[in-house]
Write a protein that binds this ligand. Structure first.
Ligand SMILES: *Cc1c(COP(=O)(O)O)cnc(C)c1O
Length: 216
């Protein structure tokens, strides 16, 4: 099933959109099956789980982190994750900067933007994101490369509402790109999950994060 699911989804994705297989809570054997079917990008949401799976599975997997990340867990995540998609506060940005500076390395991240019309979802608001980009990021965070934005739409079947949520982050993404042509690395928009990735493609998703539609 996993192999078939992956092929069916991949067939429908444009070449410019990358598929991230969200493998949180799934056993190693299922990730191995997806790997054998050709999948190379996986995302986890818990630090300890990422560490165990990254050590057990082939080294050419590109791991992303998509969960809430506490600053005291950075050392479990940053050695393995190529992209932290879920940076949701200035406090976390500062902690990642310090971690990377201490190790003379550079960390790729996405800014998580709160776009859902729900209280519970975390992330920067649109306004906070704009304020962030109004700073001189290259001097404040010289060891962080902000590659783009990540967002989660409202958890609903209402297509119009999902469309609105995605429009909000797409417009923000376009605005930052046009106002900061110097941020040449800022080119990733991570939107779309199992239930709404079709809609996300209409809003220029460059990354879709799909879990249950692959593993269930
Ligand atoms: C779990 C999760 C997903 C995948 O959700 P599915 O509905 O299973 O596709 C995507 N993004 C984030 C941030 C998640 O936590």
């Amino acid at each position: 099933m996993i192999t078939e699911n992956l092929h069916r989804i991949k067939e429908q994705l444009p070449a410019t959109t990358r598929l991230v297989a969200v493998s949180k809570y799934r056993p190693i054997e299922e990730l191995q099956e997806a790997y054998d079917a050709g999948q190379r990008i996986f995302a986890e949401s818990r630090p300890a789980e990422l560490e165990v799976k990254a050590k057990a599975l082939p080294e050419d997997i590109e791991w992303h982190f998509i969960g809430h990340l506490q600053t005291n867990k950075l050392k479990m995540v940053l050695p393995y994750a190529r992209l932290i998609q879920s940076v949701d506060s200035g406090h976390l940005l500062q902690a990642i900067e310090k971690y990377a500076a201490d190790r003379e390395t550079r960390v790729d991240i996405l800014i998580e933007v709160h776009i859902a019309q729900e209280e519970s979802k975390q992330g920067f608001t649109v306004e906070e994101t704009e304020n962030l980009f109004a700073q001189d990021l290259a001097s404040t965070y010289p060891h962080i490369r902000i590659r783009g934005l990540m967002g989660m739409a409202s958890n609903t079947d209402d297509r119009e509402r999902i469309d609105k949520d995605f429009s909000k982050i797409e417009e923000l993404f376009d605005r930052i790109r046009s106002e900061h042509p110097d941020y040449s690395d800022f080119d990733q928009l991570s939107i779309g999950m199992s239930n709404d990735w079709g809609t996300a493609l209409k809003h220029k998703a460059t990354i879709v994060r799909i879990g249950s539609a692959i593993f269930n």
